[in-house]
Design a protein around this ligand. Sequence first.
Ligand code: NAD
Length: 491
Amino acid sequence: MSEIEQSLLGSVPRGLFIGGEWRPAESGAEFVVHDPATGAELARVADAARVDGLAALDAASDAQPKWAATSPRERSEILRRAFEIVTARAEEFALLMTLEMGKPLAESRAEVAYGAEFLRWFAEEAPRIAGRYATAPDGRNRLLVRKRPVGPSLLITPWNFPLAMATRKVAPAIAAGCTSLLKPAALTPLTALLFAQVLQEAGVPAGVVNVIPTTDPGGVTGPLLLDPRLRKLSFTGSTEVGQRLIADASAQVLRVSMELGGNAPFLIFEDADLDAAVEGALVAKLRNGGEACVAANRFLVAESIAADFTARLVEGMRRYVSARGTDPTSTIGPLIDEKTRAKVAELVASAVGEGAKVLTGGEIPSGPGYFYPPTVLAEVPPHARILTEEIFGPVAPITTFRDEDEAVRLANASEYGLVCFVYTTDLNRALRLSESLETGMLGVNTGMVSNPAAPFGGVKQSGLGREGGAEGIEEYLETTYIGIADPMVRL
Ligand code: NAD
């Protein structure tokens, strides 16, 4: 490990952040965070248990009334300061994410910019929380509708975008006037802890944001979901865990937001600009090493151009360099852990067993770390398991379609509906597809749709609610309606 890496790791807080203070877990327990490129230990972090989770809820619940009463401008300015600090410390955040999550530094820098933008975006949204005053249809009464914060919110985030998944939840919670408990993934808690330090420096009052890393997520969050002081659950992670949490959240009828798994189809029509499609395919497949909910999971290509597209995609994939993310030549890092790599390898083996052909990649390299090479699979039969499950790795299965109807039918044949990508130069076709594809988001001639100013989220088993855009803050706002007798009638 380099000196810069050691000094950064030495400066990151390792405790739980509860009520504005850094503290060890009540039991004194700690867990180890590893570098997925080498398997080496990076740091030991306090491991929250049930009692620590409840202490964080005490702090959030105590801070809630005063925080809800702050002015929107005050909350906005705190967020703006947090944006400035994260941006000024971008290199630290980027290196830390590369160390604990593995992606190349250039991608970590892009995530810092993306993640910080949620702080700026919601700084701008806080003063725009609005209600309405209207006349009832019968003309007699007046209707006053106002918004207020939902209340203490549990925010659970995954490991694949350690900063952006946290800012996408914490920023709208702060903007809306909600206190929160952030539970980052145990694989990548360091970025969340550094972020908590930044929030404190930006002026977030004690108890407004609490951070509780744990290796026992169910044991810590289960009691919180049953506690009537908690009012909201926002979760990003797998559909399987999300489904369980929705069930658990039903006991207190909690407001829930769910950003779950995806199985994005990437459709290329015969009229597509093929150079652009290949470039978009590489971004949609290999960004974050394929470990993204919006990663292209299935390439559906018009029969007439399939051979040409496939050859160019193979060429593009072969240009990627697998190396530790801190290596300047690295364009793809390791997968997060052995379990994830084994699942990717198993899906590839199963596709090959079902008749797919490996055109590049497909072999686990020797050496340390959880590397898996960019892989292209052709002639994947439409019923193959790899087309129905989230791959979460750098593997591109290609299958073909005859016409638009078949393309839509194949694209929609999934329980997921997070994002679709479409390459076509026919505007009418793109608009038609925006109506017929079952998806929360659609990329037209682009391999990347994520944008803090846009409503991110899915339909079907990909989730509930939206993050970002004008919609993002609504997830943290409750509506109060006040019925008023006709004020024109003098009493
Ligand atoms: P995961 O579901 O295993 O874990 C997500 C988070 O939930 C982690 O913080 C984990 O500790 C926590 N968790 C796990 N079990 C829990 C329990 N019983 N109670 C409470 N919390 C629990 O998912 P992951 O492997 O960290 O992330 C990958 C998944 O996340 C993929 O399916 C991916 O598609 C999805 N994801 C979705 C989006 C989106 O916006 N839709 C974004 C990123 C990732």
